[in-house]
Write a protein that binds this ligand. Sequence first.
Ligand SMILES: [Fe+2]
Ligand SMILES: [Fe+2]
Length: 279
Amino acid sequence: MIVIVSETLCNNEDNNHSNKEQPPEENLQLDGSTFVVPENNAFGHSFREYDKESERRATVEDFYRKNHIYQTYEFAKKKKEEYGKLDKAMMSIWECCELLNEFVDESDPDLDEPQIEHLLQTAEAIRRDYPNEDWLHLTALIHDLGKVLLHPAFGEEPQWCVVGDTFPLGCAFSESIVHSQFFKENANYHSPNFNSTLGIYNEKCGLDNVTMSWGHDEYMYLVAKGNGTTLPPAGLFIIRFHSFYALHRNGAYTYLMGDEDKEMLKWLHVFKYDLLLLD
Ligand SMILES: [Fe+2]
Ligand SMILES: [Fe+2]
């Protein structure tokens, strides 16, 4: 099971409020206000160095072609059920952070930094501007940890069902979704049950009742919730929907939102450090 140690993290949270977002000292040293990342991670591997001329840019389109063809309502339900068991592996938060450094996010043409730096920089940027919102710092640190799905210990899932923008399934695909032209080859595209604006949903049914495409957002949400996280609902909302760009950037699918979702959406806008600048 993946108890991604929200337990460990939450204990740290409780015991050390001023330093909870910092990993153990032997793994990470602070040099003034700058993080000094160690050369080797806990697994004995060196952190990945990225080429400025990223080859990822060339793979983004192919990534979304696969993503949009294979992400169906049935597929997402199945993955949610499978991974909801939380029976893959047990690992600390910091170990997961280091594990992510082995991977490249093929959906992201701009992110030139190792994943671990992205997590730390997002958390630090939010701490700088919201010093009293400790839950927000923690949320930022762990928001992408669901990408461990790429690792063999967690099933070695292909990129197209781990990263990239997420979107609702069970209703019509919005044209505001990146590379929406590829949905024409999705099995749900021509299904009369799924291809109307509301599809299987009722207006204002609430995002909690919507099946999103499967990926690291939903997985980390399941892990945090399944481990009794002490994060507030807003933290869980950020983790679960931070890749739902069609909603928080383009305003699509608002008819599925309940009143609580509208309240929560403002926190996704606060999370701009990840969404607009770094991710
Ligand atoms: Fe993410
Ligand atoms: Fe991110």
